[in-house]
Design a protein around this ligand. Structure first.
Ligand SMILES: Nc1ncnc2c1ncn2[C@@H]1O[C@H](COP(=O)(O)OP(=O)(O)OP(=O)(O)O)[C@@H](O)[C@H]1O
Ligand SMILES: [Mg+2]
Length: 241
């Protein structure tokens, strides 16, 4: 069986600046995989290339299961079943929490189904329900991150791409976010997670890739990655917990 998402030989450049150099990665149905790397390694660029938000100079992107999507517009790629939690929790700050959720259901025209999904999100994120009438920009950082995740789930994706979901959150909220990643995965959503918090990411992921300067320099199970000198040197050694 083919992988749910398969990226082969991906190259991306911003004008003359070549930032991704022949990246291969994949994720099978049911998995949580982590893409780890320092600032500027190219993590966000890879997610954006998968989503069609930046143009891939070369390479193949297959989703789901062998369908070639490179070159399709972002809304078509999203409609195939990819959800996105962008870096820095970019919620629609002038809209209410409820309207942010509605925007996430862009691909569902049956209003009854949309309402059902909103009810599911309220169950999964009780804090979101209590804030439903509030303007999203007035939520706390942690609440905005929850809303960004809930909004991404409103399109009922089979694959969720999460860009540094724990960044800037207090330790308790970091644990909550990783717990949520597990819960979402148990509900049948495969997850590709970009993280600088390698230690936490390796606790939930079943496979990880290590990105340095636009190259994958290592990949393996969390145990293999934790034991690799490259990651000890570059990331884990620097982190408090
Ligand atoms: N729109 C852009 N135009 C030109 N260069 C860009 C653009 N976006 C990113 N870059 C460059 O591409 C490289 C990779 O950036 P990217 O945002 O993918 O890294 P990242 O691994 O997500 O970093 P971070 O952990 O800081 O989010 C960086 O050198 C960055 O300066
Ligand atoms: Mg980034």
């Amino acid at each position: 069986m083919s992988a749910l998402l398969k990226v082969t030989g991906l190259h991306v450049a911003y004008g003359p600046a070549r930032v991704i150099h022949g990246v291969d990665l994949e994720i099978n149905s049911g998995e949580i995989r982590a893409l780890l790397g320092a600032n500027g390694a190219g993590k966000t660029t890879i997610l954006k290339a998968i989503l069609g938000l930046v143009r891939a100079a070369q390479g193949a992107i297959e989703f789901p299961e062998g369908r070639l999507v490179r070159g399709l517009p972002p809304h078509k790629i999203a409609a195939l079943g990819i959800g996105w939690v962008p870096e820095g929790r970019q919620v629609f700050s002038t809209l209410s929490v409820y309207d942010n959720l509605l925007m996430g259901a862009f691909n569902e025209h049956d209003q009854q189904k949309v309402q059902q999904r909103i009810e599911e999100m309220y169950k999964l994120f009780p804090i979101i329900e209590t804030r439903r009438g509030q303007i999203a920009g007035s939520l706390s950082g942690g609440e905005q991150q929850m809303l960004a995740i809930a909004r991404a789930l409103m399109s009922a994706p089979t694959l969720l791409l999460m860009d540094e979901p724990s960044l800037g959150l207090a330790p308790r909220l970091v644990r909550d976010v990783f717990e949520l990643v597990r819960t979402i995965n148990q509900r049948g959503v495969s997850i590709l997670m970009v993280e600088q918090n390698a230690r936490q990411a390796l606790r939930v992921a079943n496979w990880a890739y290590l990105l340095e300067g636009g190259h994958i320099v290592g990949s393996g199970t969390p145990t293999q990655i934790e034991q690799s000198d490259a990651i000890k040197r570059a990331y884990i050694g620097r982190q408090a917990s």
